[in-house]
Design a protein around this ligand. Structure first.
Ligand code: 2DT
Length: 210
């Protein structure tokens, strides 16, 4: 595959906490870089921006925020990166994204009274992924991988509901069994990513949920 031809691909990795998603994102970045691809890793929530600092405080349980208000903040945290993402993609840079709007929907709609469809609305129109990879691991396996920390949402009951919500969206995703070895999972991801990078070429970047 020619390095640097066409636009970059927008690749999303989603999964439950402890699914190995962050490790796989890093391995993917290293692997593509070692083959001279232009690639960047970004992560949502981006805790460094002003909205990100509020989200960080909320997740660390230092601040209470209304369920719908925090949902909108997570979404705003993505919108503020939109132009930068589009610019990178147009310049041929492939973006590996650790969590995206799907986490936003799966986590928020696990809360009482927040409908999945309502949760999707604020992210409508964001850059549409060319590939969504979901690292599938049972919530009990996820909990046994090193245990949960102190952050909000890090408990088995909540994660089970989140897992069910992800399943309601995963029809068009590549769902990978994250129970395999780190290297096997990496190889599977890499194969999907390479074929997506080849296929995007100069296809216009879509808009999410439109
Ligand atoms: P990390 O552990 O990956 O930093 O995630 N979350 C994430 C939401 O509730 N809504 C969102 O839009 C996103 C992107 C998932 C921190 C937690 O934040 C949750 C876990």
């Amino acid at each position: 595959m020619a390095v640097g031809s066409g636009r970059g691909a927008l690749i999303i990795l989603e999964g439950l906490d402890r699914s190995g998603k962050t490790t796989q994102c890093k391995k993917l970045l290293e692997s593509l870089r070692s083959h001279q691809h232009k690639v960047k890793l970004i992560k949502f929530p981006d805790r460094t921006t002003e909205t990100g600092k509020m989200i960080d405080s909320y997740l660390k349980q230092n601040m209470k925020i209304d369920d719908r208000a925090i949902h909108l903040l997570f979404s705003a945290n993505r919108w503020e990166k939109r132009l930068e993402m589009l610019k990178d993609l147009e310049q041929g840079i492939t973006l590996i994204v650790d969590r995206y709007a799907f986490s936003g929907v799966a986590f928020s709609s696990a809360k009482k009274g927040l409908e999945l469809e309502w949760c999707k609305c604020p992210d409508r129109g964001l850059p549409k992924p060319d590939l969504v990879i979901f690292l599938n691991v049972s919530s009990s396996d996820a909990a046994s991988r090193g245990g949960y920390g102190e952050e909000r949402y890090e408990n088995t009951e909540f994660q089970k509901t989140v897992a069910n919500n992800f399943k309601r969206m995963w029809d068009e995703w590549k769902v990978i069994d994250a129970g395999g070895s780190i290297d096997d999972v990496h190889q599977t991801i890499l194969n999907y990513v390479k074929s997506t990078m080849q296929s995007v070429d100069d296809k216009p970047i879509g808009e999410l949920w439109i």
